[in-house]
Write a protein that binds this ligand. Structure first.
Ligand code: NIG
Ligand code: FE
Length: 424
């Protein structure tokens, strides 16, 4: 929807004014926690706009046509450019030692993801490599990946562990994630995913590994304050809903909320486990039916689709239309990882949400901004252009960005990415 008028907050501090913006998208007049059902099709834009940033936060916006520009310490003309709010990638596994392109070739010849995992490849292959890589090299290459994500417009990024699968290596991953969070201006949130797969030393003793996570790994992670959330790969061949609930209950005792992998490989009770545990999100959901949708409706769990995974593994796409048409909210994320979704570009995820999941461009946009922020319970600070939120945004030369970014898929439309009002 095109809107007019202006909105401004009066604060004292460093004021930076951006002028002559061809179009400013993703404005919220009255900030909402999340968008559900029909609301997901709504995006507010203003043409020929100005935008004011004060002390790293959005402080006002309005139309250049109205004449009165606010006073500022610095003015930057963005003539010919459109602005979108920073994208929120709420599900990534971007700390890994090596790509798994050999497994990709095996799949191209007919092997399935599950067959490769059963034969000791997949997540266990990544764990083997990560355990032996020194922390500094792992940090350097993970930081580089995070910078690639930022360059594509992602300004809030969740990072999971889960390729360590031992106390020492999970701590190594999470320390790296925290270090990245300190050294970039993007907002970084971390998730402990010790229950990503059963490591070789616990082969055939899955319940013992679950107990080990609860008694050894989780306390070590929490004592160092390394995780913001807990995750479990609750699926066929990985962890059962019962084991998932044990793990999430233990995490809750440490004050850790959960975001879980659910129903990627089958209808396996993951959604019900997430709802029972009061998880912040249930991610994947490639396999869900009416029962799961009804279950989600009774909860505050954000359903999250990961279309990069469906594309890369050639598995069904999450039924986004059914979820949204049932009146639920819906978010999208990249699932950036070396096995099932080597995509760091949320603009591509936006496009896949449209072309493959039949979401409208505006719906998929809200799914990678405001609703994604909600899945991290960060909706009060990121996810839209609203007064008081972090001034995270990106500029693009692409005209009519709200449609053209997902339409012209496969290229990076971002020109400059601003984090708290400053170019990256
Ligand atoms: O979200 N499903 C579990 N974890 C990742 C895949 C990890 C891997 O294959 O390395 C996912 O798809
Ligand atoms: Fe994942």
């Amino acid at each position: 929807m095109l809107i007019s008028g202006s909105n401004m907050l009066f604060l004292q501090g460093m004021r930076k004014l951006f002028t002559d913006i061809r179009a400013l998208h993703g404005i919220e007049l009255t900030p909402k926690a999340l968008l559900r059902g029909n609301e997901m099709g709504m995006v507010n834009s203003i043409e020929n706009a100005w935008l004011l940033v004060e002390n790293g936060c959005f402080a006002g916006w309005g139309s250049m046509n109205d004449g009165n520009l606010p006073a500022a310490d610095e003015t930057v003309s963005l003539k010919g450019l459109e602005i979108l709010p920073g994208l929120v990638d709420s599900h990534t596994h971007c700390i890994f030692a090596e790509p798994r392109s050999a497994e990709w070739e095996m799949r191209l010849k007919g092997a399935t993801y599950e067959e490769i995992a059963e034969a000791g490849g997949g997540i266990l292959n990544s764990a083997k490599k990560l355990r032996t890589m020194d922390e500094e090299s792992l940090y350097e290459q993970s930081l580089w990946r995070v910078q690639r994500m930022i360059a594509h417009g992602s300004t809030t990024i969740e990072i999971k562990s889960g390729y360590g699968l031992s106390t020492e290596s999970e701590l190594k991953m999470l320390r790296i994630a925290r270090r990245i969070g300190k050294n970039v201006n993007a907002t970084i949130k971390t998730t402990f995913l010790g229950a990503h797969a059963v490591p070789p030393e616990f082969k055939g003793r899955q319940d013992e590994y679950v107990s080990h996570i609860i008694t050894e790994m989780l306390p070590a992670v929490c004592n160092e304050g390394l995780a913001d959330h807990m995750d479990v790969f609750c699926d066929r061949g990985f962890f059962t809903p019962e084991q998932t609930l044990r793990l999430l209950e233990a995490a809750a005792k440490f004050g850790l909320p959960s975001k879980i992998h659910a129903n990627e490989l089958g209808i396996t009770g993951g959604v019900q486990a997430a709802v029972k545990a009061g998880s912040w999100s249930a991610d994947h959901l490639e396999h869900i039916g009416e029962e799961e949708i009804a279950c989600l409706k009774s909860s505050e769990v954000m359903p999250v689709g990961l279309p990069g995974t469906s594309y890369f593994l050639d598995i069904p796409y999450t039924p986004a239309r059914k979820i949204i048409d049932a009146g639920l909210p819906f978010a999208l994320a990249s699932d950036f990882n070396p096995g099932s979704s080597p995509v760091c570009n949320l603009q591509m995820v936006w496009s896949l949400g449209c072309s493959r999941m039949k979401m409208l461009p505006s719906e998929a946009f809200n799914a990678i901004t405001l609703n994604a922020a909600r899945s991290l319970r960060l909706e009060n600070s990121v996810g839209s252009i609203a007064i008081g939120k972090k001034a995270d945004f990106w500029t693009t030369e692409t005209q009519n960005a709200m449609q053209s970014v997902p339409y012209f898929f496969g290229v990076n439309h971002a020109k400059d990415v601003y984090l708290k009002g400053r170019t990256n």
